[in-house]
Design a protein around this ligand. Structure first.
Ligand SMILES: [Zn+2]
Length: 111
């Protein structure tokens, strides 16, 4: 993912509108790109601070952002595991289909 693409996704990330592959690519990019991380952090802090000030709440935005990123990384790991399981099930189903087709073919020709 290029910086230009990551910058376009910052608002989606902050609003929790990113999922799956785009979320994974975004997190991987900001983990490796200090400039995009800072831009995301600034946008997040600004948005949250403004909304909290309106509500008169106290807050630890850096801690919350760290928690949000940790949670998103965990979601990505779960998504990866589910993708592997889904692929394994698809492969198993394909193998069973081929084996049952071969079985039917052989029994048809042998009988
Ligand atoms: Zn970048």
């Amino acid at each position: 993912m290029k910086c230009q693409d990551a910058e376009l996704l910052i608002q989606n990330f902050i609003n929790d509108d990113l999922t799956g592959e785009p979320l994974s690519n975004f997190i991987r990019h900001i983990d490796n790109c200090h400039s995009c991380y800072e831009e995301m952090e600034t946008s997040y802090l600004l948005k949250e601070a403004l909304s909290r000030l309106e509500n008169g709440e106290t807050f630890d935005l850096h801690g919350e952002l760290t928690n949000k990123l940790t949670h998103m990384r965990e979601c990505i790991e779960v998504h990866k595991i589910l993708t592997i399981i889904r692929r394994a099930i698809s492969i198993t189903a394909a193998i069973l289909l081929v084996m049952s087709s071969l079985y039917l073919l052989f029994t048809f020709y042998l009988l």
